[in-house]
Write a protein that binds this ligand. Structure first.
Ligand SMILES: N[C@@H](CCC(=O)N[C@@H](CS)C(=O)NCC(=O)O)C(=O)O
Length: 205
């Protein structure tokens, strides 16, 4: 039995997608990012005080990429070939942090630091150009649908809300549409961590 500690953010969405792909039973515990991530109970679960965390067999596993990889290996589902690893690590080390920093400096920070916004915006756009050309001749990041697609989709499915025009990146938007059709993705996108509830997903169905 798995328990996912998370919130309504891209890194928790990645793990939700994988759990629904695997069709395994899990429960969820909401960790609202209103300061709850710093409380004593959650700090014991993850000393890094970040979501998501997957609990299983007396383990608490943090880092969304590590969780995807662990589940893929445990259930022997979805390729872990070198290309999958490359794009998963790229998402974890480059795309996620750059987008997170862009959101912070552009939308959340009180002081608008022009240099920081420019740096992260330029890199965010360069990454879009990279992925657009990468998807020109293939349907998924590493040929077949994989944990790398789950990781990137969790961030890129909201691109339009950030003002990114589908006409500018047709291959990326075709990939988003393709991935969005998967039943596991639909279920994960419908899922909401709620402050007031603790749910056992499988038992609800
Ligand atoms: N590299 C980590 C990043 C985790 C992370 O930054 N999680 C965010 C939500 S997406 C969080 O918990 N933020 C709370 C905070 O920074 O205080 C992962 O992929 O799991």
């Amino acid at each position: 039995m798995f328990t996912l500690y998370g919130w309504n953010t891209p890194n928790s969405l990645k793990v939700l997608i994988m759990l629904f792909e695997l069709d395994v039973k899990f429960s969820s515990k909401a960790v609202p990012l209103d300061g709850s991530q710093f409380n004593a109970e959650f700090s014991q679960i993850n000393r890094n005080q970040k979501t998501p965390v997957l609990a299983f067999d007396n383990h608490y596993l943090a880092e969304s990429g590590a969780i995807l990889l662990y589940l893929s290996q445990r259930f022997n589902l979805f390729n872990q070939n070198p290309e999958v690893m490359q794009w998963l690590m790229w998402q974890m080390s480059a795309q996620g942090p750059v987008t997170g920093n862009l959101i912070y400096f552009n939308y959340k920070a009180e002081n608008k630091e022009t240099l920081a916004i420019k740096r992260f915006n330029d890199e965010f756009n360069r990454q879009l150009i990279l992925i657009e050309s990468h998807l020109k001749n293939q349907s998924y990041l590493a040929v077949n649908y994989s944990i790398a697609d789950m990781a990137l989709f969790s961030w890129y499915h909201k691109l339009e809300q950030f003002g990114i025009k589908p006409e500018k990146y047709p291959n990326i938007f075709a990939w988003i549409k393709r991935v969005s059709k998967r039943p596991a993705i639909i279920k994960a996108l419908e899922f909401e961590f709620s402050k007031t509830s603790q749910r056992d997903i499988k038992n609800e169905q």
